[in-house]
Design a protein around this ligand. Structure first.
Ligand code: CU
Length: 166
């Protein structure tokens, strides 16, 4: 019932000048505005190798939607191209990889890219023989999981990976 303490407050009115309006400006951080880097894009390089054991050195890649990527592949093997050539084929999201690889077996003339399924290819590096190097630059079209394979006959079961775009 005693209200004595209230009366004392009037003594220091000017000292309460603490900055109250300074904080709300910070909340405007542009966390979701990732669409900015479009003008000065320099492709990000991803190096990959294929070898005589039918192995890609990289099985997973990650990218941002719209990002420009340059995949540089080297065939580090020594076996002849006809026996152990490697290409790199990035397929559209949702592509039937088995169907593509099966069709590719008879598409030697087009670097094992079956003409009938050309529209499934996002990017590719032609078949490389021993110590050869190839590259391809492309823009990641949309979010999703893209399979990449070597479509040289018999290789895709082992020579495959995934590029995840977010
Ligand atoms: Cu291969």
């Amino acid at each position: 019932m005693m209200l004595v303490g209230c009366a004392k407050k009037e003594a220091t009115p000017t000292a309460v000048a603490t900055p109250p309006a300074a904080t709300p400006a910070k909340t405007a951080t542009p966390a979701t505005t990732a669409a900015a880097p479009a003008a000065k894009t320099e492709a990000r390089v991803i190096e990959i190798t294929g070898n005589d054991q039918m192995q890609f050195s990289i099985k997973t890649m990650e990218a941002k939607v719209g990002e420009e990527i340059k995949v540089v592949m080297t065939n580090v093997g020594t076996l002849p191209k006809e026996a152990m050539g490697h290409n790199w084929v990035l397929l559209q999201v949702g592509t039937d990889v088995n169907a593509f690889a099966t069709a590719a077996m008879t598409a030697k003339a087009t670097d094992y890219i079956p003409p009938a399924m050309k529209d499934k290819v996002v990017a590719f590096i032609p078949v490389l023989g021993p110590k050869q190097k190839g590259e391809v630059t492309f823009k990641v079209p949309a979010a999703g999981e893209y399979a990449y394979i070597c479509s040289f006959p018999g290789h895709f079961m082992i020579m495959k990976g995934t590029l995840t775009a977010k």
